[in-house]
Design a protein around this ligand. Structure first.
Ligand code: TYD
Length: 140
Protein backbone atom coordinates (compact mmCIF):
# COMPACT_ATOMS: atom_id res chain seq x y z
CA UNK A 1 0.00 0.00 0.00
CA UNK A 2 1.39 3.42 -0.92
CA UNK A 3 1.82 6.12 1.72
CA UNK A 4 -0.95 8.16 0.02
CA UNK A 5 -3.29 5.20 0.45
CA UNK A 6 -2.22 4.70 4.07
CA UNK A 7 -2.71 8.41 4.84
CA UNK A 8 -5.74 9.51 2.81
CA UNK A 9 -7.06 13.03 2.58
CA UNK A 10 -10.57 13.07 3.99
CA UNK A 11 -13.03 15.61 2.59
CA UNK A 12 -15.78 16.28 5.08
CA UNK A 13 -19.34 16.99 4.08
CA UNK A 14 -20.52 20.58 4.14
CA UNK A 15 -23.80 21.17 5.91
CA UNK A 16 -23.50 24.90 5.32
CA UNK A 17 -26.25 27.10 4.06
CA UNK A 18 -26.81 30.84 3.64
CA UNK A 19 -26.08 31.29 7.36
CA UNK A 20 -22.52 29.94 7.07
CA UNK A 21 -20.56 26.71 6.90
CA UNK A 22 -20.99 23.70 9.15
CA UNK A 23 -18.70 20.67 9.19
CA UNK A 24 -19.52 17.61 11.30
CA UNK A 25 -17.02 14.87 12.10
CA UNK A 26 -18.50 11.80 13.76
CA UNK A 27 -16.13 9.17 15.12
CA UNK A 28 -16.03 5.91 13.14
CA UNK A 29 -18.15 7.54 10.43
CA UNK A 30 -16.39 10.50 8.80
CA UNK A 31 -13.07 9.23 10.17
CA UNK A 32 -11.88 5.64 10.69
CA UNK A 33 -11.81 5.62 14.53
CA UNK A 34 -13.79 6.59 17.61
CA UNK A 35 -12.48 9.87 19.04
CA UNK A 36 -10.99 9.75 22.55
CA UNK A 37 -8.92 12.95 22.46
CA UNK A 38 -9.02 16.35 20.82
CA UNK A 39 -6.24 18.92 20.95
CA UNK A 40 -5.33 21.94 18.90
CA UNK A 41 -2.18 23.83 18.18
CA UNK A 42 -2.09 27.56 17.51
CA UNK A 43 0.33 30.47 17.89
CA UNK A 44 3.12 28.36 16.38
CA UNK A 45 5.62 30.48 14.51
CA UNK A 46 6.41 29.89 10.81
CA UNK A 47 9.91 28.70 11.78
CA UNK A 48 8.66 26.08 14.24
CA UNK A 49 8.62 22.35 13.47
CA UNK A 50 6.27 20.34 15.69
CA UNK A 51 5.43 16.67 15.86
CA UNK A 52 8.71 14.91 15.06
CA UNK A 53 7.40 11.67 16.39
CA UNK A 54 5.58 8.47 15.53
CA UNK A 55 3.05 6.67 17.71
CA UNK A 56 2.78 2.98 18.45
CA UNK A 57 -0.93 3.19 19.33
CA UNK A 58 -2.38 6.54 18.27
CA UNK A 59 -4.10 7.31 15.02
CA UNK A 60 -4.82 10.93 14.17
CA UNK A 61 -6.80 13.15 11.87
CA UNK A 62 -5.28 16.62 11.38
CA UNK A 63 -7.45 19.52 10.25
CA UNK A 64 -6.54 23.19 9.92
CA UNK A 65 -9.83 24.67 11.08
CA UNK A 66 -8.30 28.11 10.47
CA UNK A 67 -5.21 29.22 8.55
CA UNK A 68 -2.70 26.84 7.01
CA UNK A 69 0.08 24.46 7.87
CA UNK A 70 1.92 21.60 6.26
CA UNK A 71 2.54 18.09 7.46
CA UNK A 72 5.42 15.97 6.22
CA UNK A 73 4.58 12.31 6.59
CA UNK A 74 6.86 9.32 6.19
CA UNK A 75 6.71 5.58 6.77
CA UNK A 76 10.50 5.34 6.57
CA UNK A 77 10.37 4.53 2.85
CA UNK A 78 8.19 7.15 1.14
CA UNK A 79 7.55 10.77 2.08
CA UNK A 80 4.58 12.98 1.29
CA UNK A 81 3.76 16.57 2.17
CA UNK A 82 0.14 17.54 2.72
CA UNK A 83 -0.94 21.18 2.82
CA UNK A 84 -3.76 21.64 5.30
CA UNK A 85 -5.53 24.80 4.22
CA UNK A 86 -9.27 24.13 4.37
CA UNK A 87 -11.55 23.49 7.37
CA UNK A 88 -13.39 20.89 5.27
CA UNK A 89 -10.41 18.59 4.75
CA UNK A 90 -8.20 16.51 6.97
CA UNK A 91 -5.48 13.91 6.67
CA UNK A 92 -5.62 10.55 8.40
CA UNK A 93 -2.38 9.37 9.98
CA UNK A 94 -2.35 5.75 11.17
CA UNK A 95 -0.04 4.20 13.79
CA UNK A 96 3.71 4.04 13.20
CA UNK A 97 3.88 6.94 10.77
CA UNK A 98 6.43 9.71 11.38
CA UNK A 99 5.09 13.27 11.07
CA UNK A 100 6.40 16.83 11.19
CA UNK A 101 4.04 19.82 11.20
CA UNK A 102 5.50 23.14 10.03
CA UNK A 103 4.97 26.32 8.02
CA UNK A 104 2.16 27.51 10.28
CA UNK A 105 0.39 30.67 9.15
CA UNK A 106 -0.10 33.29 11.91
CA UNK A 107 -3.82 32.41 12.06
CA UNK A 108 -3.29 28.62 11.97
CA UNK A 109 -5.42 26.53 14.31
CA UNK A 110 -4.50 22.90 13.78
CA UNK A 111 -7.12 20.60 15.23
CA UNK A 112 -6.07 17.02 15.97
CA UNK A 113 -8.44 14.12 16.66
CA UNK A 114 -6.99 10.95 18.18
CA UNK A 115 -8.21 7.45 18.97
CA UNK A 116 -6.34 7.31 22.32
CA UNK A 117 -5.91 9.12 25.59
CA UNK A 118 -2.45 10.67 25.95
CA UNK A 119 0.29 8.23 26.90
CA UNK A 120 3.85 9.46 26.55
CA UNK A 121 5.13 5.87 26.43
CA UNK A 122 3.63 5.17 23.02
CA UNK A 123 5.51 8.06 21.38
CA UNK A 124 8.70 7.38 19.44
CA UNK A 125 10.66 10.63 19.35
CA UNK A 126 13.94 9.35 17.95
CA UNK A 127 13.96 8.90 14.17
CA UNK A 128 16.61 6.15 14.17
CA UNK A 129 14.62 4.22 16.77
CA UNK A 130 11.51 4.72 14.62
CA UNK A 131 13.29 3.31 11.56
CA UNK A 132 14.36 0.26 13.55
CA UNK A 133 10.83 -0.37 14.83
CA UNK A 134 9.06 0.31 11.56
CA UNK A 135 11.07 -2.23 9.59
CA UNK A 136 8.77 -5.19 9.49
CA UNK A 137 5.63 -3.06 9.99
CA UNK A 138 5.84 -1.78 6.40
CA UNK A 139 4.15 -3.75 3.63
CA UNK A 140 1.59 -5.16 6.04
P1 TYD B 1 4.13 17.42 21.83
O1 TYD B 1 3.89 15.96 21.62
O2 TYD B 1 5.53 17.91 21.78
O3 TYD B 1 3.26 18.26 20.79
P2 TYD B 1 3.33 18.23 19.19
O4 TYD B 1 3.05 16.84 18.77
O5 TYD B 1 2.25 19.13 18.78
O6 TYD B 1 4.64 18.77 18.76
O7 TYD B 1 3.46 17.82 23.21
C1 TYD B 1 3.81 19.00 23.93
C2 TYD B 1 3.57 18.75 25.42
O8 TYD B 1 2.19 18.54 25.69
C3 TYD B 1 4.32 17.53 25.93
O9 TYD B 1 4.85 17.84 27.21
C4 TYD B 1 3.25 16.48 26.08
C5 TYD B 1 2.00 17.29 26.32
N1 TYD B 1 0.78 16.67 25.75
C6 TYD B 1 -0.18 16.14 26.61
O10 TYD B 1 -0.05 16.16 27.83
N2 TYD B 1 -1.31 15.59 26.06
C7 TYD B 1 -1.50 15.52 24.72
O11 TYD B 1 -2.54 15.00 24.26
C8 TYD B 1 -0.49 16.07 23.85
C9 TYD B 1 -0.65 16.03 22.35
C10 TYD B 1 0.63 16.63 24.41
Amino acid sequence: MSLREKCPIINFGDLGDERGKLVVIEGAQAIPFEIKRVFYIYDSDKTVVRGQHANRESEFVLINVAGKSKVRITDGKEEIIVELDKPMMGVYIPKMIWKDMYDFSPDSVLLVLANTHYNDGEYIRDYDEYLKEVIGCNDK
